[in-house]
Write a protein that binds this ligand. Structure first.
Ligand SMILES: CC(C)(COP(=O)(O)OP(=O)(O)OC[C@H]1O[C@@H](n2cnc3c(N)ncnc32)[C@H](O)[C@@H]1OP(=O)(O)O)[C@@H](O)C(=O)NCCC(=O)NCCS
Length: 185
C-alpha cells in the first residue's frame, strides 16, 4: 500500500488511447502551443494516421482534456520517435514517461530492437527524459532544423531486449506514481 492509498489521496487519472482522426483538432492545438514556430500541419497528422508503419497515441485526463501525444514509425526492427509533446498544464507530472512507456511496450509487441530519435540540442527537458530511458547521443545532424538552423542530436537505445534496458524500463514504470495511467492494450 502506498502512502497515497493510506491517506485516501486520489491520484489524477489519465487514459492512453490510439490517436484517431477525431483527436487531430486537439492535437494540432497542442502542437501549436508547444512548437509555436515550427509545428506540423493538421494534414501531416492525418497522413501519419494513414501510414501503416506508424503508431500514434494520445493521453487524456478524465475530463477528456488532451495532456499529450506521441508517435513512432516502426521499420523492420527499428523504431523512430517522430513526435512527443506534453501539454504545459500537465508537464512534470510523469506524462512524458507514461507516453514513452506506452510506445516502448508497443515496440516490444512489434519485436523492435532499437529506438532512435532526433532532438534539438537546446531541448534539455527532452534530452533528460530520453537519457532517463537510456537513450545515448550517437551523433549530430548539423543545421537540421529549418526554422533556426539548430543542430539535431541523434539518440539511440541499445537493444531494448537487453537486461540493462529492460530493468531500467521496469524501474521507470514502477516509479510512475504521481498519476494513475490506463495504458492502451
Ligand atoms: C520534454 C517533455 C515531453 C517532458 O514531458 P513531461 O511530462 O514534463 O516529463 P516527465 O514529467 O515525465 O519527466 C520525465 C523526465 O524528463 C526530464 N525533464 C522533464 N522536464 C524537465 C525539465 N523542465 N528540465 C529538466 N529535465 C526535465 C527529467 O529527467 C524527468 O525525470 P525526473 O522528474 O525524474 O527528473 C515536455 O517538456 C514537452 O512536451 N516539451 C515540449 C515538446 C518537446 O520538446 N518534445 C520533445 C521533442 S523531441
Amino acid at each position: 500500500m502506498t502512502l497515497k492509498d493510506y491517506y485516501g489521496i486520489k491520484m489524477q487519472k489519465f487514459i492512453i488511447s490510439k490517436m484517431q482522426t477525431v483527436d487531430i483538432d486537439d492535437v494540432f492545438h497542442l502542437e501549436e502551443i508547444v512548437h509555436p514556430n515550427h509545428h506540423w500541419s493538421k494534414e501531416s497528422f492525418y497522413n501519419e494516421l494513414l501510414n501503416n508503419l506508424s503508431a500514434y497515441f494520445c493521453i487524456r485526463d478524465e475530463k477528456q482534456k488532451l495532456a499529450g501525444y506521441i508517435g513512432i514509425w516502426k521499420i523492420i526492427d527499428e523504431a523512430h520517435i517522430t513526435t512527443l509533446a506534453v501539454n504545459p498544464d500537465f508537464q512534470r507530472m510523469q506524462i512524458g514517461q507514461a507516453l514513452m512507456s506506452q510506445i516502448i511496450e508497443d515496440c516490444y509487441k512489434s519485436m523492435i530492437k532499437y529506438i532512435t530519435l532526433e532532438v534539438r540540442e537546446s531541448n534539455i527537458p527532452a534530452i533528460k527524459l530520453y537519457e532517463k530511458f537510456l537513450f545515448d547521443s550517437i551523433g549530430m545532424r548539423k543545421n537540421y532544423y529549418q526554422d533556426n538552423n539548430e543542430n539535431a542530436i541523434i539518440m539511440f537505445t541499445q537493444n531494448i531486449w537487453y537486461d540493462k534496458f529492460k530493468n531500467n524500463f521496469a524501474i521507470i514504470k514502477e516509479g510512475i506514481t504521481k498519476i494513475e495511467v490506463e495504458y492502451c492494450k
